[in-house]
Write a protein that binds this ligand. Structure first.
Ligand SMILES: Nc1ncnc2c1ncn2[C@@H]1O[C@H](COP(=O)(O)OP(=O)(O)OP(=O)(O)O)[C@@H](O)[C@H]1O
Ligand SMILES: [Mg+2]
Length: 261
């Protein structure tokens, strides 16, 4: 895209506290169409809260969340229910645990959102769902129940369920961290394909190799602020801030004992 094009999403001054715990302390970020933004940072730094604020699942105390062609929601003022609903419509979130409905089959899980929330005719929703399931290699699991699938398959259904909503923005919260190591690859493969197809995505992940491959920008969070941001190549190999360096060192050497120094 041209550098002058309005970003798909622009977030400014996002603040959120839970009681006296200030979880987001002035977060600014923008996502350009077709870009992949990766969020990293220690546990409790606010990554999930950011995604939930973008998706309208959480109400920030202050800040503006603006999509290029609306809505633009200023949380410092009174926020209308319709604004929050409009915000929720623009993005779809994939969680760490897939959150599939256990009593519904795969296809029923996928069409539930389009049919119930968007009023898509059932036959059309089924056709779309079948096409998307085939794309992630799950055509034959159409009528299976979530409990009959592996973790990786469940997570791929979760991704299909998000895609079926045809959002402008896909949000992923540690989509592979609950998976057995041998299942991580199949989910990352789908994410890689989505990135190559030009989907706009914000991904919280600790898979640094993957992040390096697909991210246009990496944001390092700590204690509710973005400490450092940059292209993955730069941020991972030449971080400027001590806090970023320490976090990356810990992540890259998780099995080491205490520092010899
Ligand atoms: N609903 C809530 N009520 C109270 N505190 C909350 C709530 N949600 C999050 N928090 C607190 O907000 C802080 C940030 O949480 P968040 O889940 O955004 O962190 P995170 O960066 O996603 O961490 P992790 O890597 O462990 O997933 C934490 O201190 C958490 O305890
Ligand atoms: Mg989290």
């Amino acid at each position: 895209m041209s550098p002058t094009e309005t970003p798909l999403l622009q977030v400014t001054g996002l603040q959120k506290s839970f009681g006296t715990n200030r979880v987001l302390d002035g977060v600014d970020l923008e996502v350009r169409r077709g870009d992949v933004l990766v969020l990293i940072g220690p546990s409790g730094s606010g990554k999930t809260t950011v995604l939930r604020c973008l998706n309208g699942l959480e109400t920030p105390d202050a800040g503006v969340v603006a999509f290029a062609d609306g809505p633009r929601v200023d949380f410092a003022g009174k926020v209308a229910k319709t604004d929050r609903a409009a915000l929720r419509d623009r993005s779809a979130m994939v969680f760490q645990h897939h959150n599939l409905f256990p009593h519904l089959t795969v296809i029923q899980n996928v069409i539930e959102g389009p049919v119930q929330a968007h009023g898509v005719p059932r036959a059309e929703a089924i056709a779309t769902a079948e096409r998307l399931l085939a794309r992630v290699g799950l055509a034959e699991k159409r009528d299976a129940y979530p409990s009959e699938l592996s973790g990786g398959q469940q997570q791929r259904v979760g991704i299909v369920r998000a895609l079926a909503l045809e959002p402008d923005l896909l949000l992923f919260d540690e989509p592979t961290s609950a998976l057995d190591p041998e299942l991580v690859g199949e989910v990352l493969k789908v994410l890689r394909e989505l990135a190559n197809e030009g989907w706009t995505m914000v991904i919280v992940t600790h898979e640094l190799g993957f992040a390096r491959e697909v991210a246009d920008e990496v944001l390092f969070f700590d204690e509710g602020v973005i400490v450092e941001r940059g292209a993955p190549e730069t941020l991972f190999t030449r971080p400027e801030k001590e806090r970023t360096r320490r976090f990356l060192d810990r992540l890259l050497r998780p099995l080491d004992g205490p520092d010899p120094a």
